[in-house]
Every structure is written in structure tokens, then in C-alpha cells.
Write a protein that binds this ligand. Structure first.
Ligand code: XMP
Length: 547
């Protein structure tokens, strides 16, 4: 078997490399106790330009202490400290002598461990709560913008987000309260001697509008971290690192048109120019004009070595008569590997395979504590790397969250149309074209989708009203009437969601007039469609895609 044939399963899977970085940044470690918001904490810290990594609370102390953390944040989690086998606070955290911030379960854990009392409750407090800051000059609350709203006693109050069952009932020795809420006398507490901070509310979520300030104060003022985690620094460091890793070798990268592979390509191109070859496989299931845009942007504008493969016929043939979604996914994934291999083999000697793996993929494949987390996200495209891999992997984005990838892309000069595009599944329109996949049905879907997206853009809804929005073609025909004729045609479903992280989502409340206009245009302009419906299901229990 030619050596190029071996590793390509990786292209539909994700790497399992732990991130590495050249320069030593001041580092904050978030210990994950299974909250669905744990990644958000790390993102917020990074937004304050401070480097931060997320690890399970079970991680070996040596791994964590090798990072030389300047502070720890203990996340929330679904457990009670009294549960049998409940996650614990490892001693090295307290022994390290650096500041610690406990959030929700993290707060309870700190209290429990240090001699306070946690009250057990069956009832959860979930949702917005009113915070009263008692020690406004505490470092944790510096720059907290007091809202204009006043309570019945004429005092300012602040909205925070609570999500807990148990709560601290007696603080540990050395702690005193610095904020309270109606339900929690200890909504925030501090031990100033030992630099231990704790909050019952969730500063990381958007429903705590000033929460970012709390996290920023903790990492910058209290832990003293330098704000040197910036796009420009990252690019500079990665360019050096990529050049070191690759030397004068050649790198091949599968360009999908999505943000991650695009930014990985941009970064590699900056570092090694002509040594990078990008392969773009057009499987015919992209959105309208997408293939052209990829070729235009990467080949012409960015001047990259780009091989564009038109594999539409091949895919349609392989998918002929297939209606079952998992089969569609499988066929598309396998075909991609084969086509990629074929093209890569034509290139002669290739030494490295680059992938747009990002930090959340690394965290998930590195064995995040599924036992503790209430896992909501289903894993798409995760295949893992084959053991007999021959190529060395280059994964320059493996330290980054999605929003950071976008910032790097912008800094690299990639167009907004690529950087800000919505997530698009690897198998593309195949999973939005329910039932049989034919070129005609794909074209129908493409046209309807294009109208929807164009109207959303015109109404500035793409930026502000929805994070993901698309059309779905249903395998259902229904009767309609057009002019004097009865019609018997297919149905388009419109799906638009608002979401922070794509793990949970709500349906976007789009204006009726906009929906009416989109529906009118689709039925009038797209042949074969006589009915448009709107999906008003949240996730859970629904999913974002239909399939
Ligand atoms: P669901 O439908 O599970 O989707 O709510 C959550 C997010 O994942 C995207 N998605 C995929 N992404 N390959 C991908 O790369 C896939 O097969 C796939 N299926 C769903 C989906 O668009 C949404 O953003």
C-alpha cells in the first residue's frame, strides 16, 4: 500500500494530540467538574487575553503543574459534594499556593473542603437572580458596572445566573461574604489571606451581564496574569512552530470551505507558502456558489496551491437510492477518504497531513469526564486516527476555541464571508435533503436555502437574529394550487436557531413579515416546491439538523 493511503481516515476523524505552545504564557487552569459551562469559563478567560486550559479534575497533578498555573478556577458540576464518589478537590490545587476561584459546585467544594457547611437541597434554583454586592471595593468586583435599576430600598442590584441545588450554609474559616442574593446569603465569598474566591452564580454565561468582569479581575488583578494571549502573538508563535515542525517537508490539507480548515490553511500558507498543497473535493452537496467561492478565495485571492476536484458525479452515483441518514454519512465520509487519497497520491512525496482540529475536539477526544458531565452534545464525524499512521500531523489550531479561530482568520486577512459562515455539516446538504439524493433535489434545496439566507442577511438577521439557519427539503409531497392548477410538490422546512454553543438551541423568533416574504419567494421562484413550513422545536428535545 502506498504510504499516502494510510492516514486519511484522520480526515473524517479528529486528532488526539494535546496542544503544545512555544512561548510560556501565564496560564490559568480550569478544572472541569462536569458543568455544561466549563468550556465557556475557559473561553471567557481567553477573551481577557489570558491563556487558559481546561482539564478534568481527575487529571494527573504532574500534567497540570507542568503548566505552572498562576491560578485555578473550579467549574460547576451536576453533583452534590455529599454524593457517593462525588468529585473532589485535589490537594495540589491548595498546596500550589496560587489563587483559586470556585464557581457553583466549585464554591461548594472549596467550602466543604476547608471546613464550611454545604446545605443539601433537592430543589434547584435555576435562572436569573438578583445580586447585591456588599463589598464593592473587592478586587473581584472592580469595574463591575452597576446597573441603573434600583430595588425597593433604592439599592442597585445586578442580574446574575444561578443554577444550583445545594448551597453553602456556613463559610469556611477565613472566608467572609462579599455579595448576597435573595436565595443565597453567600452568593460570593472570599478568603483574602489565601486568595480563595468563590461565587455561587455563573459569571461565565451571558445571562450574568457583568460576569466577564469577575473572571477578568480574577485572572488579571488577583492572579496577576499578563494579557499576552492575542491573535498577533499566536500567529507569530505558530509560524515559528510550524516551520520548526515541517522543515522543508511538504504538507497536504483537505480544505472543506469551513472556518477551521480555512484558517489552518491560512496559517500554514503564511508559515510555509508553496510547501502547502490544499485539496478541495466538491461533492456536489455544498450550498449555492460555495465551491466557486472556495476556489476563488484560496486559489486566486490567497494564491495557495489548490487542487479542486469535481467529484459530483461520483458521489451522486454512490448515493443513488440511499435514503437512510447514517448510510449517507458513511458513504460520503468513505468516498472523501478515497478521493483525497487518490489526489494526494498524485502529488508524490508528502510528509505531513494538516488538519483544522480545534481545542474543543482535543478536549473531547482526550477523554473529558463523561461520567461527570451530563453529555448533551452528540459527536459528529468523530472517527479517531488509525494506529498505523504514517504521516505526521500538523494541527496548528489545536489550542483554539472557535471564536479564537475566527479572530486568527481575520488577522490573517481571510474574508468575512469565510470567517463568519455558519457551521455546515461535513456531509453537507446530503443531511438536509431528506429522502433520496438527486441532483434536481439538491438544486431545489440550494435555491430555497439561498433565498432564505439572502433574506436573513438583508434583514441583518444573520448577524444578530440567528446563529444557524438553513432550508431542509422534506421527502413529502402535498397538494397546492397555483393559478388555476392543482400542484403536487415537495415541502421546504425553514430552520433558524439561536444558540451559544450549538449544544442547546432555541428556535429563532424571526419576524412574521420576513418569514412571509421568504415563503412567498420560495414557492414562486423554486420549481418543485409548493409549501414552506417553519421548525419551532428547541434543542433538546430536537436537534438543529433534521437528517
Ligand atoms: P445537531 O443537529 O446535532 O447539530 O443539533 C449540532 C451542530 O453540529 C452540526 N452538525 C455537523 N457538523 N458534521 C459536522 O461537521 C456533521 O455530520 C454534523 N451534523 C450536525 C450542526 O450543523 C450543528 O451546528
Amino acid at each position: 500500500m502506498p504510504r499516502n493511503l494510510k492516514p486519511l481516515g484522520a480526515l473524517v476523524g479528529k486528532g488526539n494530540l494535546m496542544p503544545k505552545k512555544t512561548r510560556q504564557h501565564d496560564t490559568i487552569v480550569v478544572l472541569d467538574y462536569g458543568s455544561q459551562y466549563s468550556q465557556l469559563i475557559a473561553r471567557r478567560v481567553r477573551e481577557a487575553n489570558v491563556y487558559c486550559e481546561l482539564y478534568s479534575w481527575r487529571t494527573q497533578p504532574e500534567t497540570i503543574m507542568a503548566l505552572n498555573p498562576k491560578g485555578f478556577i473550579l467549574s460547576g458540576g451536576p453533583n452534590s459534594v455529599y454524593d457517593e464518589g462525588a468529585p473532589t478537590l485535589p490537594s495540589y490545587v491548595l498546596d500550589s499556593g496560587v489563587p483559586v476561584l470556585g464557581i457553583c459546585y466549585g464554591m461548594q467544594l472549596l467550602a466543604y473542603r476547608l471546613g464550611g457547611t454545604v446545605g443539601h437541597s433537592q430543589k434547584r434554583e435555576y435562572g436569573p437572580a438578583t445580586l447585591k454586592i456588599d463589598e464593592t471595593d473587592n478586587l473581584l468586583f472592580q469595574n463591575w458596572q452597576l446597573s441603573d435599576e434600583l430595588d425597593a430600598n433604592g439599592k442597585h442590584f445586578q442580574q446574575v445566573w444561578m443554577s444550583h441545588g445545594d448551597k453553602v450554609e456556613a463559610l469556611a474559616p477565613g472566608f467572609h461574604p462579599i455579595a448576597h442574593s435573595g436565595n443565597s446569603p453567600f452568593a460570593a465569598a472570599v478568603d483574602p489571606e489565601r486568595h480563595y474566591y468563590s461565587v455561587q452564580f455563573h459569571p461565565e454565561v451571558v445571562h450574568t451581564p457583568q460576569g466577564k468582569v469577575v473572571l477578568e479581575n480574577f485572572v488579571r488583578q488577583i492572579c496577576g496574569c499578563q494579557p499576552d494571549w492575542t491573535p498577533a502573538n499566536f500567529i507569530e508563535e505558530q509560524v515559528v512552530e510550524i516551520r520548526q515542525q515541517v522543515g522543508d517537508g511538504r504538507v497536504v490539507l483537505g480544505l472543506s470551505g469551513g472556518v477551521d480548515s480555512a484558517v489552518a490553511a491560512g496559517l500554514l500558507h503564511k508559515a510555509i507558502g508553496e510547501q502547502l498543497v490544499c485539496i478541495f473535493v466538491d461533492h456536489g452537496m455544498l450550498r449555492k456558489n460555495e465551491a466557486l467561492q472556495v476556489i476563488e478565495t484560496f486559489g486566486r485571492e490567497q494564491g495557495m496551491n489548490l487542487i479542486a476536484v469535481n467529484a459530483v458525479e461520483e458521489y451522486l452515483e454512490a448515493l443513488d437510492g440511499i435514503t437512510e441518514p447514517e448510510r449517507k454519512r458513511k458513504i460520503i465520509g468513505e468516498k472523501f477518504v478515497r478521493i483525497f487519497e487518490r489526489e494526494a497520491n498524485k502529488l508524490g512525496k508528502i510528509d505531513f497531513l494538516a488538519q483544522g482540529t480545534i481545542y474543543p475536539d482535543v478536549i473531547e477526544s482526550a477523554g473529558k469526564d463523561k461520567k461527570d458531565a451530563h453529555v448533551i452534545k452528540t459527536h459528529h464525524n468523530v472517527g479517531g486516527l488509525p494506529d498505523d499512521m504514517d504521516f505526521e500531523l500538523v494541527e496548528p489550531l489545536s489550542l483554539l476555541f472557535k471564536d479564537e479561530v475566527r479572530r486568527i482568520g481575520t488577522e490573517l486577512g481571510l474574508p468575512d464571508s469565510i470567517i463568519w459562515r455558519q457551521p455546515f455539516p461535513g456531509p453537507g446538504l446530503a443531511i438536509r435533503c431528506l429522502g433520496e439524493i438527486t441532483w434536481e433535489r439538491l438544486e431545489t434545496l440550494r435555491e430555497a436555502d439561498d433565498i432564505f439566507v439572502e433574506e436573513l442577511r438583508k434583514a441583518t438577521m444573520l448577524k444578530h437574529g440567528t446563529q444557524q439557519s438553513f432550508a431542509v427539503l422534506l421527502p413529502v409531497k402535498s397538494v397546492g394550487v397555483m393559478g388555476d392548477n392543482r400542484t403536487y410538490q415537495e415541502v421546504i422546512a425553514l430552520r433558524a436557531v439561536t444558540t451559544e454553543d450549538f449544544m442547546t438551541a432555541d428556535w429563532a423568533r424571526l419576524p412574521y413579515d420576513l418569514l412571509a416574504h421568504v415563503s412567498r419567494r420560495i414557492v414562486n421562484e423554486v420549481p418543485g416546491v409548493n409549501r414552506v413550513v417553519l421548525d419551532i422545536t428547541s434543542k433538546p428535545p430536537g436537534t438543529i439538523e433534521w437528517e
